[in-house]
Design a protein around this ligand. Sequence first.
Ligand SMILES: *Cc1c(COP(=O)(O)O)cnc(C)c1O
Length: 389
Amino acid sequence: MKAIRCNVDLAINGAPPAFTEPVHVGRPNIGNREAFLQRVNQILDNQWLTNNGPMVQEFENRIAKYLGVKHCVAMCNGTIALEIAIRALGLEGEVIVPSWTFVATAHALYWQGITPVFADIDPATHNLDPDAVRRMITPRTSGIICVHLWGRPAPIAELQAIADEHGLKLMFDAAHAFGSTYKGQSIGRFGACEVLSFHATKAFNTMEGGAVVTNDNELAEAMRLMRNFGFKGYDNIIHPGTNGKMIEVCAAMGLANLDSVDEIFSINRRNHAAYKQALAGVPGISVLDYDATERNSHHYIVIEIDERCSARRDEIVAALHAENILARKYFWPGCHKMKPYRDLFPHAELLLEDTRTVAQRVVVLPNGTSLQLQDITTIAAILRVLAAQ
Ligand SMILES: *Cc1c(COP(=O)(O)O)cnc(C)c1O
């Protein structure tokens, strides 16, 4: 690593870091604590801890209403929700996914005995490029799982047209996209179904949790059976299944956080604007923007570092860590380069040029309700120094 001078250099050499306590990417947002604790007491009074209890039912109704979708099937996490959706849809053979996503998108398929086939992204949006998807279709392809990356909507209409033309199933990994819109309509209503994650690190969380949302009655019914061992009634197993149930405490957390969700998103939006302003004009560092005409949780503060910046991406991450700013290289180096998939497709990179470029450039910075505006000023000042070395 090349020498980085000034205060950043001092920190690396043992001077106190800019932050005495670490500031994280993905520190959980905690909504109304009193409301949560009250609900936990109710759960203990009820002695109904799991198995489709009243909190989960209320949570499903509230989420379905919030998104304007017919069914919300709550699950223990987003990964199991993906697996159950994949099985309920009958995907098989090969399914096209982005490599530029959290590895769970690919793992959920692979864990179900399906080959994830990686398609390239549009470097401007970070979402799947429809032309790249077309190029990856083979006679074994049964579907497409597209991710609304950073909560920015994927090119839904174009992908649906491809799916219709080739008789493929289309579903969305909407783990980043709770509260996002596409052409003014809530994410959650598109494709055959959409999968949400409510993991602690997401903008809106239930500690651990996930859901599949859909307007398809039969699909919702199949997923309800699958998440509960295939039980219909007390003694009657009518379907193969697993244990994908959300517990009552998680639903209670979700209900308490749902009351605060608009406030959480507006703090994120304020923080994103502050980062944009503080980093304006820094050579080689650009803050990924959100479309002002769509809703977005503004949860992800994504910066891209290009050649005009004098420090390299990994040097910047190391220097930020030395200052106790726990920024992250998200999704690096891309799923296709992670061991299970590298073994499967040793030459995948040849068709993933834009994924490779973006994976080398991205850093995600801290955000969330515990971040102060002063913290953003400090983080931006450090980046400015690093960029100008
Ligand atoms: C978080 C995430 C998941 C997995 O969700 P969990 O609830 O953590 O299992 C899947 N896909 C993407 C894109 C994610 O970011």
